[in-house]
Design a protein around this ligand. Structure first.
Ligand code: GDP
Length: 425
């Protein structure tokens, strides 16, 4: 059986969760390999409508094992809240169907504080953080100043390690930001209240994934956010603090020897972006409001209105290259049905030069979109399930994406429900 990665080609919120939810029936294991609870996947299935933040989207399928890999920002507090919410709605979350890597680092309570303190310091130059502590977490992880989830099983070593980190972290909290220090009692309470709850799920997932590979089990790697938010290749510094690329999946998941046989890159039929930073094809005014309403574009975690724009072929081609996608899934095509003419960004103009190359971050703010209008289909397509039944204008829209990006489209979604999908050969 083949392994597959489902990744975002754009700025995130492309609809990866719905694609993973659809595809999980073909896989034994679903792994999250980077990021934290700062974004959200919205999944609509027979069990209801759910906003997942950290849990893998395979959690709804019986028999699927879900793994939070070593690369994620493991926030015990939010994870336990999310598990509790799902359980309350009748979804089974047990140590059999959820496994947390003992090598995942813990997002500490002060990471959220530091995130908010730094955004406040930056004032009008803020990065648009969701204030979930992700940047502060990864900074500390790479400084080797966090706790591994597996340390929770060794209280003596844990508390001695926590005391060392506490001393160091309080220097920053009080000295740099003038904030209140944490105490050991606060940390003990945090461990008791939140970390103890997730302890039953923590295990050696590297060994588990290795054995699963030997047994021929298949893995679906689930990414958070998109290529343009990748720490190394995205729109620095308005990226996330982890690598969102498919090629990072074996490392961040702990499936170190796994091959990725198929990469499905999710592209939204138009563009959206949450937070700050350059968004070249951004639309404003009533035109933008109409698209935002049609697509219900409000952040899954924060409720923030998303910035919207037409499909950006320049950014999409770059994102598809970074993700090395084998196949594109175009989502939310139905949202464009209200338009008679659909704007599409085909090129950028940078310092007066027309280009189809995605610019270096320092030049992005100067880039202007070059917009073309294509024929819309202007009718309801949400009940269509076959490629042949799509209106010719909708087919041409999809074929335009294939031609511009140079990769085939394999899936087209026309509604949020699991079965609102067209599979294109
Ligand atoms: P993710 O983080 O990439 O999974 O994306 P989000 O979950 O933040 O955003 C996708 C949103 O679009 C969710 O609310 C989905 O229910 C919804 N959605 C996904 N596919 C479709 C579609 O084809 N049509 C419509 N109308 N909504 C969709």
């Amino acid at each position: 059986m083949e392994n597959c990665a489902v990744v975002g080609v754009n700025w995130g919120d492309e609809g990866k969760g719905r694609m993973v939810d659809l595809l999980t029936e073909h896989y034994d294991i679903v792994v999250r390999y980077q990021g934290g609870g700062n974004a959200g996947h919205t999944v609509v299935n027979e069990k209801g409508k759910f906003a997942l933040h950290l849990l893998p989207s395979g959690i709804f399928r019986d028999g699927v094992v879900n793994i939070l890999g070593n690369g994620v920002a493991l926030d015990p507090e939010n994870l336990w809240r999310e598990i509790s919410e799902l359980k309350a709605k009748g979804v089974a979350v047990t140590p059999e169907n959820l496994k947390i890597s003992e090598r995942a680092s813990l997002l500490m309570p002060w990471h959220r504080d530091l995130d908010a303190l730094e955004e406040a310091r930056l004032a009008d130059k803020k990065y648009g953080s969701t204030k979930q502590g992700i940047a502060a977490f990864y900074a500390d992880k790479y400084q080797k100043k966090t706790i591994l989830a597996g340390e929770l099983f060794y209280p003596d070593e844990l508390y001695s390690h926590l005391a060392d980190i506490l001393e160091w972290k309080n220097l920053t909290l009080t000295g740099v930001y003038g904030a209140e220090p944490y105490t050991m009692d606060m940390l003990k309470e945090w461990v008791q209240t939140w970390c103890e709850q997730i302890k039953p799920f923590i295990c050696d997932t590297v060994e588990y994934l290795h054995d699963a590979g030997e047994q021929g089990k298949s893995i679906l790697f689930e990414a958070q956010l998109g290529a343009l938010r990748d720490l190394d290749f995205g729109i620095c510094p308005y990226t996330t603090s982890s690598n969102t690329l498919a090629r990072y999946a074996p490392v961040g998941s702990g499936a170190v020897s796994a091959e990725i046989n198929k990469i499905i890159g999710v592209v939204k039929a138009y563009s959206t972006c949450v937070g700050e930073g350059p968004f070249v094809c951004e639309m404003f005014g009533p035109e933008a409001d109409r698209l935002r309403e049609a697509g219900a574009e409000y952040g899954a975690k924060t409720g923030r209105p998303r910035r919207v724009g037409p499909l950006d072929l320049v950014a999409t081609r770059y994102g598809a290259m970074l993700q090395d996608v084998d196949c594109i899934a175009v989502t939310k095509l139905d949202v464009l049905s209200y338009l008679e003419k659909i704007p599409v960004c085909t090129h950028y103009a940078v310092k007066g030069q027309k280009t189809d190359k995605f610019p270096f971050p320092a030049l992005l703010a100067q880039a202007e979109p070059v917009i073309t209008e294509v024929e819309g289909w202007n009718c309801d397509i949400s009940a269509i399930r076959r490629w042949d039944d799509l209106p010719p204008q909708a087919k041409r829209y999809i074929e335009m994406i294939e031609a511009a990006v140079g990769r085939p489209v394999g899936y087209i979604s026309v509604g949020p429900e699991r079965d609102s999908i067209i599979i294109k050969d």
